[in-house]
Design a protein around this ligand. Structure first.
Ligand code: FE2
Length: 319
């Protein structure tokens, strides 16, 4: 298929449903990314979230970024800096319980808007997971259930801004990585570009589009689908002009959820053990990920598999 996959969600209700589901399937298998329009989240709410996020950045974050990062990071540097990202961020957690009233420097209007936005995004994530189940031919609700653990899925938002940089060739806004979690929903700036994904060895721009939501697949969905769906490398470039807003919401497994390939997807495949993805507890994966986020995902899967094999081969004490 040609070009970055764009899904008009209204087409899921009419005669174009079949071809739309095919585009989603191709996107999950070959791009790891797609972009949603007519996704049902109110444009007024998105405009409000954007205005409040940009206002908050100006008021509470910009000066801090200039003092901590912008004024020092590139002093005397003439080769690419590979141990930092040119970004200003903070995090909100929505599930299993919200921390939105504990995060400092947010006014009530911003808290309320982000809460409302998170509820809408959570509904959209649920809906997307079920569309993926349908495409995979597995029972509706399977993916959500796989994420549940004892307290339900984890859902959080990383609010980021990528300020302009005098030497954008020396540093990335965010270095290349795959996302560790489940499914990620991104509300990105509609004028300042920068997000790129890696496809067939080439970096491809994720096109900014007003009121769209960009979706990508995290490592956990690659494991559960045993590699049918791909978690794909992406990065953020910066520019000399313009601050890029990025509001990324992560719908992830609960910390104690046990993640493994869906048995229904392995049934009719003649696979040897080396072709089956590992089984692990999500928080163990996250511990590893936090140390090696900016490295390829394959060694992470291998490492989890080695741990799994060790656990399985430990003799059980019976005496
Ligand atoms: Fe990411």
């Amino acid at each position: 298929m040609e070009g970055f996959p764009i899904i008009n969600m209204e087409n899921l209700n009419g005669e174009k449903r079949g071809t739309t589901m095919e585009i989603i399937k191709d996107a999950c298998e070959n791009w790891g990314f797609f972009e949603l329009v007519n996704h049902g989240i109110s444009h007024d709410l998105m405009d409000k979230v954007e205005k409040l996020t940009k206002g908050h950045y100006k008021r509470c974050m910009e000066q801090r970024f200039k003092e901590l990062v912008a004024s020092r990071a590139l002093e005397g540097v003439d080769t690419e800096v590979e141990d930092m990202d040119w970004e200003s961020t903070f995090f909100l957690r929505h599930l299993p319980e919200s921390n939105i009233y504990e995060v400092p420097d947010l006014d009530d209007e911003y808290r309320k808007a982000m809460k409302e936005f998170a509820v809408e995004l959570e509904k959209l994530a649920d809906q997307l997971l079920n569309l993926l189940c349908e495409n995979l031919g597995i029972e509706k609700g399977y993916l959500k259930k796989a994420f549940c653990g004892s307290k339900g899925p984890t859902f959080g938002t990383k609010i980021g801004n990528y300020p302009p940089c005098p030497r954008p060739e020396l540093v990335k806004g965010l270095r290349a990585h795959t996302d560790a979690g489940g499914i990620i929903l991104l509300f990105q700036d509609d004028t300042v570009s920068g997000l790129q994904l890696l496809k067939d060895g080439e970096w491809i721009d994720v096109p900014p589009m007003r009121h769209s939501i960009v979706v990508n697949i995290g490592d956990q969905l690659e494991v559960i689908t045993n590699g049918k769906y791909k978690s794909v490398m992406h990065r953020v470039l910066i520019h000399t002009e313009g601050t890029r807003m990025s509001i990324a919401s992560f719908y992830n497994p609960g910390s104690d959820a046990v993640i493994y390939p869906a048995p229904a997807l392995l049934e009719n495949e003649a696979l040897d053990q080396s072709q089956v993805y590992p089984k692990f507890v999500f928080e163990d994966y996250m511990k590893l990920y936090s140390a090696v986020k900016f490295q390829a995902k394959e060694p992470r899967f291998e490492a989890m598999k080695a741990v799994e094999n060790n656990v399985n081969s430990t003799p059980i004490a019976t005496a």
